[in-house]
Structures are given as C-alpha cells and as structure tokens.
Design a protein around this ligand. Sequence first.
Ligand code: SF4
Ligand code: SF4
Length: 279
Amino acid sequence: MNNKNEFSYREALVQARNMLKRMNTKQKLLNHENFFNFDINKCISDCIGRCCINTPVMINVYDVYNILTSVRGKELGYGDTTKLFDGKNAPLILFLDENENMPSAMINLMQRGFNLDICPFAYASNKDTNILSLFNYYHETADKKLYRMPHLSCGIHEIKPTICRSSPLSRMLIAEDERSFEFFYINPPSSNCPAINTNKKWRLEEYIKKWDLERFYKNRDKITEIFELLVEKPIPFRRKIAKKLFNFDKDNIDQGLDPVKNRPSYEELFRTIIELIKK
Ligand code: SF4
Ligand code: SF4
C-alpha cells in the first residue's frame, strides 16, 4: 500500500541536488543510462597517480574485511585488524567524524614534507620499489617538481577501498523513514585529471557492473542502521562502537583468542553490534 506521506524519490532528489550545490561543484546528477568521460589508461600513461597523494580516503567496514581476507592483504601482513589500526604507523585510523560524531575510518596518509601526504598502500611502480624509495627519489630530484616523480600504483589494487574503486564516480544515499534512494555524480580526482579530460565514454550502468560496485555499495550501506541507532547515544559509547566496528579483532586478541578462527562473519558483526547498541 502506498502511503501518501512516505518519503518520495522527488523529495530525495531535491535533497541530493541541494547537497551537490553545497559542495560547490558544477557536476550534475547522473542516472544509470547517462555517460561520463573517463579513460583509466591515462592514469598510467599521463599521470603520476595523483589520486593517491594528498587525498583523504574514507574506509568502510567492508573494505577492512576485504583487506583482511584477501591473499594480497595477508601477503602484506594484515592478518588481523590491529595490524591495520594500532600503532603509530598503522595504515588506517578510526575516529568519530566531526559533523555527525559517527564511527568512521580513513587511510592514514604518510606525511613526509614537501606537502606530500601519500597513501601507505601506494608504491612507485616504474622504479619497481617501495614507497620509501619514492621519497628518496623525490628528495634527490633537483627541481623537486611532482612531474619528476615516478608513477604511483596501488599496492592493493584488487582489494582497494570502495571510494578508490568507484572513483571518479561518487554516490549519495538519501534515506528517510526506512526508504532510501541512491544518486550518482562525477567527483573529478583532481582539477587537471588526464583520465577525465578524454573522449573515452562510460555508461554509468556499465561502469558499476565492471567494478562490481553494487556489492560494495550494498555492504557499505549496512552502516546506516547503526548510525540511526547511535544518534541518541553519548560520545564515549560511540567511540567504543567505532572500535568494535572497525578494529573488530582486538577484543579476541586481548582475550588471547585466535582472531581469525574467532572472527565473526560480516553479517554477524553487524548483528552483534546492533544488539549491543539496543541493550
Ligand atoms: S588524477 Fe586522474 S589520471 Fe591521475 S591517477 Fe587519478 S584518475 Fe588517474
Ligand atoms: S588504496 Fe590504492 S588507489 Fe586508494 S589511495 Fe591508496 S594507493 Fe591509491
């Protein structure tokens, strides 16, 4: 039965357009049939990998699961969440976001001076070496211009976070009264991104399919229920939930239990945390 007062697509559309306006972008909302320009080959041929420099990258809980359970994640030594979140040089950090005070996580960019904050998962591919050599190369370069740097590649390409995977496509989920609508727009990775400034066209629907984005978006959206439940909760409790959500192996490790054998599935983790908040 249709309830006349239920949150409608039209109302969500107004909210999405207003959000775009607030972002001060010239970008328009796209539907699944719309096309946008993007040529991923330019990332290799015409760019140093700017996306991975000075760019804050938000991480969701599904991204963390993906890293931990992948061959690549294990090769890099990320066997449990404490390797991702604990310690000064951890590649990820968790916090409460400053607008809503909700549990959030992001990549902990490596700060090395010269206004170069670089993702710790990036490596200098055309030097066949690691990120530290990249910095050394940079320091040795006479005119210290970014274009003299070797090309950066993603060291976790097959399991990179949803935001990197989806880029340059951004998605907004507008939800109210248990109804939600998604909207897409292009978020140019940089003002002079060579991959955007091309004639290669993608239909939005094909792009989503190619990168299996529906699965990533769907899993990321699970957090919405937790945010709704946390609205009435005090800040210290939200901090506790942030740790349990993202650094989910820590409790088991602290109790001397094997984190891998005792790790809940993604669905179980969300169920347990929702029960804990509702208690
Ligand atoms: S800035 Fe553009 S061309 Fe460079 S890595 Fe990012 S998407 Fe690719
Ligand atoms: S995860 Fe990969 S694509 Fe994303 S910022 Fe880091 S190196 Fe770049």
